[in-house]
Design a protein around this ligand. Structure first.
Ligand code: PLP
Length: 388
């Protein structure tokens, strides 16, 4: 079909032409004397992205899942216990990885998909652990399956209130470079992100930010191979990598960070908030509930829209793709067939989101949902006009 495809999955996201051009590079020598001129500013800019001056950021050739492994294996003693409030697909997968790596995973009872991690419950769980068995609290900052954002500062306060020594990990795969994130100020010890969402790159880079406390744990005794932070940080300190880095991706990251800083990280977060509010206004007008239980926790990068009984969300998504060139995110895990996700993350503006909402409406009508064409589009427009 002619025209551009409308990519509204919550990652991978659209790659701006500037970044595509920046990545179109001939191969070069990654051990040359000039290579550090690329790497050193890139690492400094990555620290700025995470909001860390005290910590360090490493860039691994991996998707976000690799970042999970970096976080777990580099800072926790083998067999340690981690606390993981689990209310979504990515928390589930992170927990499963931790189990496979030999860690003990403790979850919090009574939390449902669509709920945000409850700081009070985390504080209680830590108070119930006077011997300090829990080595880390694992939080998915933005649960991409349910469209729920965790309150990281409140969770930091909960850990402090319990006076518990656990490290604080954040999975920022669908948060960093799109939602507000302040590594130092929020007292996070290890945060990860992937390149294919807010950073507007292909998948392939996992960025991992470590606090001084996390860095002090690198000799924790965990078995590591490719994802060992120690040789990575040692080589990075001289502007190199311990193995061949994906050089075009590094140029892409350089351009991505330049674009984000030109717009301003606060403005990037405000734009994501604005676009999300339009999508949420559309969903409300369609009278389709969103998965996120507490409106204050609704994600600004992805909205998980529940479809009514009798509507197969998977069929709707397939129809939107083949008939309208619109990619919507699938419902994951128990939400499969019951929800679709509208990703509003990365290189997007109001016009693009309105296009996606209009096509979603048409696809829903084709699937016999009682949706008034244009109603969600108008609701988003009115939301934005009122805010302006
Ligand atoms: N964590 C979150 C919150 C995610 O959304 C994703 C992927 O969408 C991942 C982790 C896994 O990242 P990847 O698919 O890049 O390995």
């Amino acid at each position: 079909m002619p025209g551009r495809h409308h990519l509204f999955v919550p990652g991978p996201t659209n790659i701006p032409d500037r970044i595509l051009r920046a990545m179109l590079r001939a191969s070069e020598d990654h051990r040359s004397v000039i290579f550090p001129a690329l790497v050193e500013p890139l690492l400094a800019d990555s620290c700025r992205l995470f909001g860390t001056e005290r910590g360090r950021v490493a860039i691994f050739p991996a998707s976000g899942t690799g970042g999970w492994e970096v976080a777990l294996t580099n800072t926790l003693r083998p067999g340690s216990t981690v606390l993981l409030p689990c209310a979504g697909q990515f928390a589930t997968l992170w927990g499963e990885m931790a189990t496979r790596l030999g860690f003990e995973v403790t979850t919090i009872a009574g939390i449902n998909w669509g709920d945000a991690p409850d700081p009070a419950a985390i504080e209680d769980a830590l108070r119930d652990d006077p011997s300090g068995r829990i080595a880390a609290v694992l939080i998915v900052h933005n649960e991409t399956s349910t469209g729920v954002t965790a309150d990281l500062p409140a969770i930091r306060r909960a850990i402090d209130a319990a006076a518990h020594p656990a490290l604080f990990f954040s999975d920022g795969v669908s948060a960093v470079a799109s939602l507000e994130y302040r590594h130092d100020a929020w007292g996070v010890d290890v945060a990860i992100t992937g390149s294919q969402k807010g950073l507007m790159l292909p998948a392939g880079l996992a960025l991992v930010a470590c606090s001084p406390r996390a860095l002090a744990e690198l000799d924790c005794g965990g078995a590591r191979g490719y994802f060992d932070l120690r040789p990575m940080l040692a080589q990075n300190a001289t502007g190199y990598f311990p193995y061949t880095p994906p050089i075009p991706m590094l140029y892409g990251l350089q351009e991505s960070l330049a674009m984000l800083f030109e717009e301003g990280l606060d403005q990037v977060a405000a734009r994501h908030r604005r676009l999300a509010e339009g999508v949420r206004a559309a969903a409300a007008t369609w009278q389709l509930p969103i998965c996120c239980a507490d409106p204050r926790a609704a994600s600004d990068t992805v909205t998980t829209v529940m479809t009514p009984t009798g509507c197969d969300a998977a069929a709707l998504i397939a129809h939107a793709f083949t008939r309208y060139q619109l990619s919507l995110g699938a419902g994951l895990g128990p939400l499969a067939g019951k929800a679709f996700r509208i990703g509003h993350v990365g290189d997007l503006n109001e016009g693009m989101v309105l296009g996606a909402l209009a096509l979603t409406e048409m696809a829903m009508r084709d699937q016999r949902l009682a949706i008034e064409p244009g109603s969600g589009v108008a609701a988003a427009q009115q939301r934005w006009l009122a805010a302006a």
